[in-house]
Design a protein around this ligand. Sequence first.
Ligand code: ADP
Length: 276
Amino acid sequence: RAHVCPTRGEITDDAAPVLVLVEDRTHDRKIEALRSDFIANASHELKTPLASILGSIETLQGPARDDPAGQERFLALMARQAERMKRLVEDLLSLSHIELSEHLAPRTECDLLDTAREAGAAVSPLLRKQGVTLEIALSDQPHPVRGDRDQLIQVFVNLLENALKYGRPEGRIVLAPADGDPRWPGMWGVSVIDDGPGIAREHVPRLTERFYRVSAKASRDRGGTGLGLAIVKHVLNRHRGELQIESTPGVGSRFTVRVPKAPESVSQNLAGAGNS
Ligand code: ADP
């Protein structure tokens, strides 16, 4: 083989081969920027309630010292802000736990419709309290998947809670089957449908980004952390699944979860377990 001799510039047969390593660091830089954005956002989200708690303590020690009604008010405010910090820390921990396991495909088996029903049962007291109706329109057919049952329940809980938070007061939420779409062969699907105000088209592609919210105030007022759909997306990545978001402003939204059907052997196991 011929080589260009670096000192003499001539082509020789005996020059030492030169290894040139070209590394594209663009991806690394993007990841680094995302990471520092995330830390800045998380710190800001924690700092706001913390500042409010510290302010309340100062007021309780000073101006409100002899004002029982004021003390009640500030204690209630502190409790709300502490709850908000707790939710945020729980969501941050969930997200980090899921990200750590994201490359490990789940090894356990479960039924997708079962996880949706379980989530429905978990949120139904909250829905009832707010006058919202939940209709579960799922079949009795087995929908076996290779999946982490708790994580899939969390997916549906997050979607149902969003349908409640951003849906119509006294509205209707439906858990409906979404199988048989030829665009997703080999996947089982379940939709969470609400009749709320819907989401403007430009927001839809960004909803699963961490801390992305259509309205930060609306999310905070309803106890949101901005991490619910990011958690959904990471769980579904782990399951090689998909989240499809369709929304019509003024009509409502439909969030569809799709997870690959379990291989034949898994289906048989589940059917066998169901029969025994
Ligand atoms: P949050 O904690 O703010 O609810 P999510 O990640 O769960 O965070 O959702 C991101 C944003 O998507 C919400 O702040 C809200 O603006 C919007 N959103 C989610 N679900 C719905 C829905 N069913 N209807 C309307 N908007 C929704």
